[in-house]
Write a protein that binds this ligand. Sequence first.
Ligand code: PEP
Length: 257
Amino acid sequence: MTDRRDLIVGNWKMNATHLDAIQMIQKLHYRLELDDYDRVDVVVAPPFTALRSAQTVIEADRMLIQLGAQNAHWEENGAFTGEVSAPMLERLAVSYVILGHSERRQYFGETDELVNKRTRAVLGAGMTPIVCVGETLSQREDGEAQSVVGSQLRGAFARLGPDLVGACSIAYEPVWAIGTGRTASPEDAGDMAAFIRETLIEIANSDTAEQVRVLYGGSVNAGNVKDLMAKRHVDGALVGGASLDPDKFAAIVRYRL
Ligand code: PEP
Protein backbone atom coordinates (compact mmCIF):
# COMPACT_ATOMS: atom_id res chain seq x y z
CA MET A 1 0.00 0.00 0.00
CA THR A 2 1.13 3.55 -0.65
CA ASP A 3 -0.20 6.86 0.60
CA ARG A 4 -1.45 7.87 -2.83
CA ARG A 5 -5.18 8.46 -2.60
CA ASP A 6 -7.37 6.63 -5.08
CA LEU A 7 -8.69 8.71 -7.95
CA ILE A 8 -11.72 7.54 -9.91
CA VAL A 9 -12.75 9.66 -12.87
CA GLY A 10 -15.83 9.35 -15.06
CA ASN A 11 -15.18 10.43 -18.63
CA TRP A 12 -18.61 11.12 -20.07
CA LYS A 13 -17.19 11.88 -23.52
CA MET A 14 -19.78 13.53 -25.85
CA ASN A 15 -22.76 12.39 -23.77
CA ALA A 16 -25.27 14.22 -21.56
CA THR A 17 -26.93 17.60 -21.94
CA HIS A 18 -26.61 20.03 -19.06
CA LEU A 19 -29.99 18.78 -17.78
CA ASP A 20 -28.87 15.15 -17.94
CA ALA A 21 -25.71 16.12 -16.11
CA ILE A 22 -27.62 17.61 -13.18
CA GLN A 23 -29.62 14.40 -12.77
CA MET A 24 -26.61 12.13 -13.15
CA ILE A 25 -24.61 14.05 -10.56
CA GLN A 26 -27.52 14.11 -8.11
CA LYS A 27 -28.01 10.36 -8.49
CA LEU A 28 -24.33 9.69 -8.02
CA HIS A 29 -24.29 11.90 -4.92
CA TYR A 30 -27.18 9.95 -3.36
CA ARG A 31 -25.50 6.63 -4.04
CA LEU A 32 -22.25 7.55 -2.30
CA GLU A 33 -21.61 7.78 1.44
CA LEU A 34 -19.43 10.38 3.11
CA ASP A 35 -16.75 7.85 3.93
CA ASP A 36 -16.42 6.91 0.25
CA TYR A 37 -14.81 10.30 -0.23
CA ASP A 38 -12.34 9.58 2.58
CA ARG A 39 -10.76 6.88 0.41
CA VAL A 40 -11.30 8.17 -3.09
CA ASP A 41 -11.27 11.41 -5.05
CA VAL A 42 -14.46 11.10 -7.10
CA VAL A 43 -14.45 13.09 -10.35
CA VAL A 44 -16.89 13.41 -13.22
CA ALA A 45 -15.88 14.96 -16.55
CA PRO A 46 -18.99 16.06 -18.48
CA PRO A 47 -18.90 17.88 -21.83
CA PHE A 48 -18.01 21.58 -21.66
CA THR A 49 -21.66 22.59 -22.11
CA ALA A 50 -22.65 20.88 -18.85
CA LEU A 51 -19.86 22.20 -16.65
CA ARG A 52 -21.63 25.32 -15.41
CA SER A 53 -24.75 23.37 -14.41
CA ALA A 54 -22.61 20.68 -12.83
CA GLN A 55 -20.70 23.29 -10.84
CA THR A 56 -23.95 24.90 -9.68
CA VAL A 57 -25.53 21.68 -8.43
CA ILE A 58 -22.31 20.52 -6.76
CA GLU A 59 -21.85 23.82 -4.94
CA ALA A 60 -25.52 24.27 -4.02
CA ASP A 61 -25.70 20.86 -2.36
CA ARG A 62 -22.15 21.00 -1.02
CA MET A 63 -21.31 17.74 -2.76
CA LEU A 64 -17.84 16.26 -2.57
CA ILE A 65 -17.89 15.15 -6.19
CA GLN A 66 -15.17 17.00 -8.10
CA LEU A 67 -15.31 18.27 -11.65
CA GLY A 68 -13.14 17.37 -14.61
CA ALA A 69 -13.02 18.56 -18.21
CA GLN A 70 -12.12 16.56 -21.29
CA ASN A 71 -9.62 18.91 -22.93
CA ALA A 72 -8.21 22.43 -22.74
CA HIS A 73 -6.52 24.75 -25.22
CA TRP A 74 -2.98 25.88 -24.45
CA GLU A 75 -3.59 29.63 -24.89
CA GLU A 76 -5.51 31.63 -22.30
CA ASN A 77 -7.69 33.37 -24.87
CA GLY A 78 -7.62 34.63 -28.44
CA ALA A 79 -8.71 33.82 -31.96
CA PHE A 80 -9.18 30.07 -31.58
CA THR A 81 -12.76 29.47 -32.67
CA GLY A 82 -14.40 26.57 -30.94
CA GLU A 83 -11.79 26.15 -28.24
CA VAL A 84 -11.95 26.44 -24.44
CA SER A 85 -9.02 27.61 -22.31
CA ALA A 86 -7.66 26.35 -19.01
CA PRO A 87 -8.48 29.54 -17.03
CA MET A 88 -12.08 29.33 -18.29
CA LEU A 89 -12.30 25.83 -16.85
CA GLU A 90 -10.65 26.80 -13.60
CA ARG A 91 -13.32 29.51 -13.12
CA LEU A 92 -15.95 26.76 -13.35
CA ALA A 93 -14.35 24.96 -10.40
CA VAL A 94 -12.84 22.30 -12.65
CA SER A 95 -10.03 20.50 -10.81
CA TYR A 96 -8.88 17.91 -13.36
CA VAL A 97 -8.47 17.99 -17.14
CA ILE A 98 -8.17 14.83 -19.23
CA LEU A 99 -5.51 15.34 -21.91
CA GLY A 100 -4.31 13.24 -24.82
CA HIS A 101 -7.18 10.76 -24.67
CA SER A 102 -6.75 8.17 -27.43
CA GLU A 103 -9.98 9.33 -29.06
CA ARG A 104 -8.47 12.78 -29.41
CA ARG A 105 -5.24 11.28 -30.73
CA GLN A 106 -7.17 9.12 -33.20
CA TYR A 107 -9.87 11.54 -34.42
CA PHE A 108 -8.50 15.03 -33.80
CA GLY A 109 -4.81 14.82 -34.60
CA GLU A 110 -3.64 15.17 -31.01
CA THR A 111 0.14 14.85 -30.79
CA ASP A 112 2.52 14.50 -27.86
CA GLU A 113 3.67 18.05 -28.52
CA LEU A 114 0.12 19.39 -28.18
CA VAL A 115 -0.43 17.31 -25.04
CA ASN A 116 2.71 18.94 -23.65
CA LYS A 117 1.39 22.44 -24.40
CA ARG A 118 -2.01 21.65 -22.91
CA THR A 119 -0.39 20.09 -19.84
CA ARG A 120 1.56 23.30 -19.18
CA ALA A 121 -1.58 25.41 -19.58
CA VAL A 122 -3.64 23.24 -17.24
CA LEU A 123 -0.89 23.28 -14.61
CA GLY A 124 -0.53 27.04 -15.04
CA ALA A 125 -4.22 27.43 -14.22
CA GLY A 126 -3.80 25.39 -11.04
CA MET A 127 -5.62 22.23 -12.18
CA THR A 128 -4.43 18.63 -12.43
CA PRO A 129 -3.81 17.25 -15.92
CA ILE A 130 -4.73 13.59 -16.37
CA VAL A 131 -2.38 12.65 -19.18
CA CYS A 132 -3.60 9.61 -21.13
CA VAL A 133 -1.17 7.17 -22.69
CA GLY A 134 -1.63 3.74 -24.21
CA GLU A 135 -0.77 1.47 -27.09
CA THR A 136 -2.92 0.09 -29.91
CA LEU A 137 -3.54 -3.62 -30.29
CA SER A 138 -1.03 -3.98 -33.13
CA GLN A 139 1.61 -2.12 -31.13
CA ARG A 140 1.02 -4.53 -28.21
CA GLU A 141 1.17 -7.55 -30.50
CA ASP A 142 4.43 -6.25 -31.97
CA GLY A 143 5.91 -5.97 -28.47
CA GLU A 144 5.99 -2.17 -28.64
CA ALA A 145 3.62 -1.33 -25.78
CA GLN A 146 6.30 -0.04 -23.41
CA SER A 147 8.21 1.92 -26.03
CA VAL A 148 4.98 3.62 -27.20
CA VAL A 149 3.91 4.52 -23.66
CA GLY A 150 7.45 5.63 -22.75
CA SER A 151 7.63 7.94 -25.72
CA GLN A 152 4.15 9.39 -25.06
CA LEU A 153 5.24 10.15 -21.49
CA ARG A 154 8.50 11.77 -22.58
CA GLY A 155 6.57 13.86 -25.11
CA ALA A 156 3.85 14.95 -22.70
CA PHE A 157 6.34 15.92 -19.97
CA ALA A 158 9.09 17.35 -22.18
CA ARG A 159 10.92 20.23 -20.50
CA LEU A 160 8.70 20.09 -17.39
CA GLY A 161 10.54 20.13 -14.06
CA PRO A 162 9.90 17.46 -11.42
CA ASP A 163 7.50 19.70 -9.46
CA LEU A 164 5.25 20.11 -12.47
CA VAL A 165 5.41 16.43 -13.41
CA GLY A 166 4.53 15.62 -9.81
CA ALA A 167 1.39 17.75 -10.08
CA CYS A 168 0.00 15.54 -12.87
CA SER A 169 -1.84 12.25 -12.92
CA ILE A 170 -1.47 9.67 -15.67
CA ALA A 171 -4.05 7.31 -17.14
CA TYR A 172 -2.80 4.16 -18.82
CA GLU A 173 -5.48 3.31 -21.34
CA PRO A 174 -4.65 0.58 -23.84
CA VAL A 175 -6.53 1.66 -26.97
CA TRP A 176 -7.83 -1.87 -27.58
CA ALA A 177 -9.55 -1.87 -24.19
CA ILE A 178 -11.44 1.41 -24.52
CA GLY A 179 -15.16 0.92 -25.07
CA THR A 180 -14.63 -2.66 -26.22
CA GLY A 181 -15.56 -4.59 -23.10
CA ARG A 182 -12.06 -6.06 -23.27
CA THR A 183 -10.05 -5.16 -20.17
CA ALA A 184 -6.30 -5.47 -19.71
CA SER A 185 -5.50 -8.22 -17.23
CA PRO A 186 -4.67 -6.86 -13.78
CA GLU A 187 -1.12 -8.18 -14.34
CA ASP A 188 -0.69 -6.29 -17.63
CA ALA A 189 -2.23 -3.13 -16.14
CA GLY A 190 -0.04 -3.44 -13.04
CA ASP A 191 3.09 -4.08 -15.09
CA MET A 192 2.48 -1.05 -17.29
CA ALA A 193 1.72 1.13 -14.26
CA ALA A 194 5.05 -0.01 -12.77
CA PHE A 195 6.80 0.79 -16.05
CA ILE A 196 5.19 4.25 -16.04
CA ARG A 197 6.54 4.84 -12.55
CA GLU A 198 10.04 3.72 -13.59
CA THR A 199 9.85 6.09 -16.55
CA LEU A 200 8.86 8.92 -14.21
CA ILE A 201 12.03 8.30 -12.21
CA GLU A 202 14.02 8.86 -15.40
CA ILE A 203 11.96 11.87 -16.49
CA ALA A 204 11.84 13.49 -13.03
CA ASN A 205 13.01 11.69 -9.87
CA SER A 206 11.93 8.96 -7.49
CA ASP A 207 9.98 11.24 -5.12
CA THR A 208 7.97 12.55 -8.03
CA ALA A 209 7.43 9.05 -9.37
CA GLU A 210 6.06 7.91 -6.01
CA GLN A 211 3.72 10.89 -5.82
CA VAL A 212 2.04 10.72 -9.25
CA ARG A 213 -1.21 8.78 -9.41
CA VAL A 214 -1.37 6.25 -12.22
CA LEU A 215 -4.88 5.25 -13.27
CA TYR A 216 -5.98 2.39 -15.45
CA GLY A 217 -8.69 2.92 -18.07
CA GLY A 218 -10.36 0.57 -20.52
CA SER A 219 -13.70 -1.15 -19.89
CA VAL A 220 -13.50 -0.79 -16.12
CA ASN A 221 -16.63 -2.00 -14.35
CA ALA A 222 -17.77 -2.98 -10.87
CA GLY A 223 -16.70 -6.56 -11.53
CA ASN A 224 -13.08 -5.92 -12.51
CA VAL A 225 -12.16 -2.76 -10.60
CA LYS A 226 -11.07 -4.53 -7.43
CA ASP A 227 -8.49 -6.77 -9.11
CA LEU A 228 -7.11 -3.84 -11.07
CA MET A 229 -6.89 -1.62 -8.01
CA ALA A 230 -5.17 -4.36 -6.03
CA LYS A 231 -2.04 -3.77 -8.10
CA ARG A 232 0.49 -1.71 -6.19
CA HIS A 233 1.09 0.85 -8.93
CA VAL A 234 -2.55 1.30 -9.98
CA ASP A 235 -4.03 4.22 -8.05
CA GLY A 236 -7.37 4.66 -9.70
CA ALA A 237 -9.51 4.31 -12.77
CA LEU A 238 -10.57 6.38 -15.75
CA VAL A 239 -14.03 5.09 -16.58
CA GLY A 240 -15.92 5.76 -19.82
CA GLY A 241 -19.11 3.82 -20.56
CA ALA A 242 -19.84 2.72 -17.00
CA SER A 243 -19.57 6.29 -15.70
CA LEU A 244 -22.75 7.26 -17.58
CA ASP A 245 -24.82 5.11 -15.24
CA PRO A 246 -24.69 6.51 -11.69
CA ASP A 247 -25.43 3.06 -10.21
CA LYS A 248 -22.54 1.48 -12.07
CA PHE A 249 -20.16 4.35 -11.41
CA ALA A 250 -21.04 4.41 -7.70
CA ALA A 251 -20.39 0.65 -7.51
CA ILE A 252 -16.94 1.23 -9.03
CA VAL A 253 -16.18 4.03 -6.57
CA ARG A 254 -17.34 1.84 -3.68
CA TYR A 255 -15.12 -1.15 -4.46
CA ARG A 256 -13.21 -2.46 -1.46
CA LEU A 257 -9.96 -4.39 -1.50
C1 PEP B 1 -12.28 6.09 -21.58
O1 PEP B 1 -12.97 6.67 -22.38
O2 PEP B 1 -11.35 6.68 -21.06
C2 PEP B 1 -12.60 4.71 -21.25
C3 PEP B 1 -11.77 4.05 -20.51
O3 PEP B 1 -13.77 4.19 -21.76
P1 PEP B 1 -14.45 2.77 -21.37
O4 PEP B 1 -14.47 2.68 -19.87
O5 PEP B 1 -15.82 2.85 -21.96
O6 PEP B 1 -13.62 1.70 -21.97
